[in-house]
Structures are given as structure tokens and as C-alpha cells.
Design a protein. Structure first.
Ligand SMILES: Cc1cc2nc3c(=O)[nH]c(=O)nc-3n(C[C@H](O)[C@H](O)[C@H](O)COP(=O)(O)OP(=O)(O)OC[C@H]3O[C@@H](n4cnc5c(N)ncnc54)[C@H](O)[C@@H]3O)c2cc1C
Length: 454
């Protein structure tokens, strides 16, 4: 039994090696599955099989699994599903811990639609395909002299999947990954391809001219399937990362200063000690004077896309909430007290605190407010329900909005009041997927409410 967490350092692992490992972790072995019916148009013979997510807590048996090669094949899959009254769920790298992609009908992996299509350095944009893994995205962009602003904790996701749930890293002046989406093409629940930009969109449905981008930015695969995405990029840059081990009290005392002074800053507290690991990332030559007292564990400089993410080899479950940024860290202090009082005999995994800039995406956890996040982790092979169940109400009391891709128990009636633009998103969803082709049971509970069903 793994009661304690071990994290591993990234430096020796090249991106290509990381991808190979993560692919093994993320996907069940490629089918050959038993042939149980006629194959799909885009991948004849690839019909049925089991699917499970990265942590193993979400499993399903799709009737069909598709791996389209282009937007036309995606449109055909959706149009046919619409005609027969079926349902379709788009799949990224399968790293979400909620059943967002689970289906017993049609599952569409975008793993064959990868790569950077075009970069317009002058406009600061890049057009990319939806299945592009985050590490490949970084490497391909840097070859063209550009990079994205930030990364999450790992780079195993596919870009459309990461954007789909509002995946974020840390940095009070940096938005989540969804906030760099500035345009793209979405194939809707009726099989219609809709092109959207910052300036509007070409949907025949009446959405309001500027509604699609802020709806699409965090859309859980509920509006359609992205077949291309236009991302905001900047000139490629290097980062210098330092990892410190220090006393948690020092971090709490200097939290505001650390947030303000660093481009990216986060900290982990380890429940069975008073130690915290502090990560600070800045452009070389732009480092702040503040240095934690304690041990400098690691330090590295390199291309941003290699320095920002970590490697995570042990599987875990996680609950994370986005809360209003509070320099006093009141929510974290309460979390810490409760973990010490009730949970740390069974839980040794880290509690992680990060920040995100405010944005305007309708379902973003950072919508309308500078944000801090608190994440609780636990070994995937141990029960997490008691721990997460006890902490969720506390995070909600402090204004928390749950991460869509991590464990939570929230449903539409509780979620709606937390999002200022909830009803706008519902209108866009009804216009783009009027017959619920892109729903599954979980999305129905999440976005509509049980009374209206799947
Ligand atoms: C080890 C690990 C580390 C993580 N670290 C972080 C972190 O630092 N920060 C953070 O915020 N989260 C983090 N997460 C959560 C993770 O980033 C999100 O759950 C993310 O959405 C997973 O991306 P994915 O490519 O695996 O997508 P999936 O989980 O496969 O799908 C996510 C959503 O995107 C939709 N989708 C996928 N492709 C498309 C498409 N082409 N068109 C439309 N919709 C689509 C799916 O339907 C689904 O709703 C982590 C998860 C793990 C397992």
C-alpha cells in the first residue's frame, strides 16, 4: 500500500520519452476488439472495447470507438449519430477523473488529428489540431519560434481535452489554458462545422454574435467536437525554475509577496509534516529577490514547455476547487487544520495551492475573479470518498468552484448559482446540440439537472 506520495523530478526525461510513457499510462491497449457489428465509416472493423481513464476510476464499454483522421470524418460521425438518435463523446488523453467522456454509445478519439497547422507570429496565433499532446505542442511551436503562456502540472493531455475542462497552471497574471483559445472550428451536435473567432462566428443558429468563443473556451465537449483550435501564442521563451523545501508558516506569511513577485509560483504542503515545497518560475534575468529560507532542492533553466510541467508516475485521484484569491489564505488554513485533525493518519499526499488570472469564459472556474486553487490529492488505489467528501463543503463555503475534470459531487442545481454566465452557456448548448447528441448521463446531471434526464 502506498500511503506516502513520491514525486519524481523531470530533468532527465526528454519530451519524447515522456510521451511514450504517458501514452502507456493514459490509454488501454489498442484494440483489436471483437468485431460485433459493421465498422464505422472512418475506421472499419474498430468497433467495440473497454475504455478507462488515466486513474482507472472511470470505465465504460463504448458500442463504437472512432479515430477520425480529419474534420469531414468527425462531421460524418456526428451527422449519422444525430440521424439515428445516438450519442457521441469526444475523447482527449483520458486524464479527467469525472465521467465526462464515458459512454456506452460512440466514443471519438482525436488521437490521429495532431500537429501545428500554421503559426502567424505577427498576429500572435497558432492553429493546431485537437488531439495534439501538450508536450508535442510545445516542441512544435518552439520550432516555429513561439510558445504558449503556461502549462498545467503535466503535459500528458491533448490540447482540446485540456481546454475542455479549463486546465490551468499557476500564475496570478496568467489565465488558464482555455483563455488562450481565440478561435477554431467546432462540429456541432447536428454535424454542422462552425468557425469562430474573437470577432464572431458563422453558426446559422442565433447565439448572439460574440457568444461562441466564451462558451467554447470551457465546454466539456458539450457543444461539439473541436477539429481545429486557434491559440494565442507569444515569442518562445526560457524559464528558470527553483524548487525549495521550507516551513509552511513562512509560505503562509509571504504568500501575497510570492504571488506578486513571481511569474509562476505554487506550493505543496505535505500533511504529515510542517514542510512545504515552493516552486518559483521566472524568465532568466527577471527573478525576484525573495528566496525561501530552507533547502534549494532543484533548479533548472530551459524552454518554457519543458520547465513548466512535472512528471507524475504514481496514479492519484484529486479534488480541486477554484476560489477567490485571498492573500490571507483563510480557506487553506481551514483545510490544513481539518486535514491535521481528521485525515492525516490516512492521507499523506500533498495539498497544492496555485493562482490563476480572471477570465470571461462562461464555465471557467476563474470566470470574473482573480483566483486561487486548492487541490487535494490521494493515491488512486486507496479510498478517497471520505476525505474528499469531508473537504468539499469547506471549499464551497469559501466560494469554491470544482474543477470539471477532477472529483466532485456537484450537480446542475448546485453549480448554476456559482457561474455568472451559466444560462448563457445553456442557450448556446441548446442551439448547437438541440437533440443531446453530445450528452451522456454525467453531462445531463451536470449541465441540465436530473429532472430533464439524459
Ligand atoms: C496526472 C494529472 C495531472 C493533472 N494536472 C492538472 C493541472 O495541473 N491543472 C489542471 O487544471 N488540471 C490538471 N489535470 C486534469 C486534466 O488536465 C484535465 O482533466 C484535462 O481536461 C484532461 O485532458 P485530456 O486531454 O486527458 O482530456 P479528456 O479527459 O479526455 O477530456 C476532457 C474533456 O474535453 C473534452 N474533449 C476532448 N477532446 C475534445 C474535442 N476535440 N472537442 C471537444 N471536446 C473535447 C472531453 O469530452 C471532456 O469533456 C491533471 C490530470 C492528471 C491525470
Amino acid at each position: 500500500m502506498q500511503w506516502f506520495e513520491q514525486t519524481s523530478s523531470r530533468p532527465a526525461v526528454k519530451p519524447s520519452q515522456t510521451r511514450g510513457l504517458s501514452s502507456l499510462l493514459a490509454f488501454p491497449p489498442a484494440l483489436p476488439a471483437p468485431l460485433v457489428g459493421p465498422g464505422c465509416a472512418c475506421h472499419p472493423g474498430r468497433v467495440a472495447g473497454e475504455w478507462k481513464n488515466w486513474s482507472g476510476s472511470v470505465q465504460c464499454s463504448p458500442r463504437r470507438q472512432h479515430r477520425p483522421r480529419d474534420a469531414d470524418e468527425v462531421a460524418t460521425i456526428l451527422r449519422r449519430a444525430h440521424e439515428r438518435g445516438g450519442t457521441v463523446r469526444p475523447l482527449g488523453a483520458g486524464h479527467s477523473s469525472m465521467p465526462l467522456v464515458a459512454t456506452d454509445d460512440e466514443l471519438v478519439s482525436l488521437e490521429r488529428m495532431t500537429g501545428v497547422l500554421a503559426v502567424d507570429a505577427a498576429a500572435g496565433t497558432a492553429e493546431v489540431l485537437p488531439g495534439t499532446p501538450m508536450d508535442e505542442l510545445g516542441a512544435q511551436l518552439v520550432e516555429r519560434g513561439v510558445a504558449i503562456d503556461n502549462y498545467g502540472d503535466v503535459d500528458y493531455q491533448a490540447i482540446a481535452g485540456a481546454i475542455g475542462t479549463g486546465t490551468h497552471g499557476s500564475g496570478a497574471r496568467l489565465g488558464n489554458l482555455s483563455s488562450i483559445l481565440v478561435g477554431g472550428t467546432l462540429v456541432t451536435g447536428t454535424g454542422e462545422a462552425v468557425r469562430f473567432t474573437r470577432d464572431g462566428h458563422d453558426a446559422s443558429a442565433d447565439l448572439g454574435q460574440d457568444a461562441l468563443l466564451p462558451a467554447a473556451q470551457v465546454s466539456l465537449g458539450a457543444l461539439g467536437i473541436f477539429t481545429s483550435l486557434t491559440l494565442r501564442v507569444r515569442p518562445a521563451y526560457e524559464l528558470h525554475r527553483t524548487n525549495w523545501m521550507t516551513h509552511i508558516d513562512w509560505v503562509l506569511e509571504h504568500f501575497h509577496e510570492l504571488v506578486e513577485a513571481n511569474r509562476c509560483f505554487d506550493f505543496y504542503w505535505y500533511p504529515r509534516s510542517d514542510l512545504a515545497q515552493v516552486r518559483m518560475l521566472n524568465e532568466p534575468g527577471d527573478e525576484p529577490g525573495i528566496r525561501p529560507p530552507g533547502e534549494l532542492r532543484r533548479e533548472e533553466t530551459g524552454p518554457s514547455y519543458e520547465i513548466l510541467p512535472n512528471d507524475r508516475h504514481l496514479r492519484f485521484e484529486e479534488m480541486e476547487h477554484m476560489l477567490p484569491l485571498d492573500p490571507e489564505l483563510r480557506a487553506f488554513r481551514e483545510v490544513r487544520e481539518r486535514v491535521k485533525a481528521k485525515h492525516r493518519t490516512r492521507v499523506g499526499w500533498r495539498v497544492l495551492v496555485r493562482t490563476i488570472a480572471a477570465d470571461d469564459a462562461m464555465l471557467s472556474g476563474a470566470q470574473g475573479r482573480p483566483t486561487m486553487t486548492i487541490a487535494l490529492l490521494h493515491n488512486a488505489s486507496l479510498p478517497h470518498e471520505h476525505y474528499f467528501g469531508d473537504m468539499e463543503p469547506l471549499l464551497l463555503e469559501h466560494g469554491g468552484r470544482p474543477h470539471w475534470g477532477k472529483k466532485h459531487t456537484m450537480r446542475a442545481a448546485q453549480l448554476a448559482p456559482l457561474y455568472l454566465r451559466w444560462n448563457e452557456f445553456a442557450r448556446v448548448r441548446e442551439a448547437l446540440d438541440p437533440d443531446g447528441v453530445l450528452r451522456n448521463e454525467h453531462l445531463s446531471e451536470l449541465l441540465i439537472g436530473s429532472s430533464e434526464g439524459a
